[in-house]
Design a protein around this ligand. Sequence first.
Ligand SMILES: C[S@@+](CC[C@H](N)C(=O)[O-])C[C@H]1O[C@@H](n2cnc3c(N)ncnc32)[C@H](O)[C@@H]1O
Length: 379
Amino acid sequence: MGIKHDDIFEQQQNDNELELTKMNEISPYFKVVETESRGRGCFATKRISKDTLVLKCLRPLSSTVVKPFKKEVCQWCFHYDRGNNMKFKLSNSTKGNFSIFFCSQVCLDEFKKDDYQSIYLNNLIVIEKFFANLKQDNNQETEIKLTSKEDIDNAWKDVEIWESNLPLKESKRLNHLPEFDSDDNNDVYVELKYLSGILFQLYKSQILETDITFMNLELENFQLLQSNEYSKCLKYPYLLQKFIKIYKFVKILFPAEFQFLVNTKFIRSAIGKELGNAFGIWSKEEGSNEFQEYFGYSVYPSASFFNHSCSPNLKRERIGNTLIFKTITDIEKNQELCINYGYNLNGDLLKRQSSLKEWFFDCNCNRCEREKFGNGIIE
Ligand SMILES: C[S@@+](CC[C@H](N)C(=O)[O-])C[C@H]1O[C@@H](n2cnc3c(N)ncnc32)[C@H](O)[C@@H]1O
């Protein structure tokens, strides 16, 4: 006997309630609520005074450092020491002379404590080794045109066919890897390290009885994040080719332990979630006048329900690998808590809106709405 429509409806309602419960375990200061025009947002559950810490994310679910800084930025806490190489490292003797770098024994030990059976370290080293000597870009890649979501889905269907034809023998599977070149040292390399962290945490949560409640909550919130895969690929079609390469790499070279989690649906959504929700790791913090260098990005799902505002009432601060969010004004009950996604807020409406296009939305924060009406852009 099939499932009745009412049962499905009830199931959906239970799922929605569960989702809301999870999202509302994030902080006692706000609840996550669906808005009319900007998806979900965080709304104050009570009056909050200026300088209150409303959210502390102890550490990212996953993070990734760009290749040029792989020795100069601590893999655990993102410490940077004016371009000096980090002094502590972890290597894998069976995989040649490749290492992951840390600023201190404390950070190295924290990494090791988290790394069940060195699975994560070994996978990161596989990535390092693979990307150590890529040949020069031969610019042979054909430009693809994507006009609809269906084009993207069809490309992924081809990947599923590729996957179903993969030989079982490991050595033979290697022949099915796509070509990578030095151009992939940037986006493909960082994305693979990010995926490695996500898959590792998921794997660990499924095989170990873990008492790290905050990580489990982060994983549950990760499932609820919005994906920007379609909008990003439609704007930059070449990215789809990169994502497919990434998938094939994960399928063939990531450890056997992760493979029960690896399918096109999951990897597409993990990549898509990073595209709209990751926080950049910068050498200096927001608002600093010093030159900022970009080290990579990290994902803190519980901090991903804050919408952007061009007159934010929250400030984000990174302390090592911990992110904290503090109010910068007094906030009334039911007011939305918003951050600046990292743009210069001094520009006029059009300038601000065009820089926010990278995030694939037209900003409708209170300030923009006011200025749109004021400028007569909206009748
Ligand atoms: C990090 S998520 C924030 C949470 C998101 N609203 C959700 O439901 O998952 C970023 C996305 O939220 C939406 N968003 C955030 N700030 C916005 C704003 N000021 N105006 C319109 N949409 C906004 C955009 O879709 C953006 O890609």
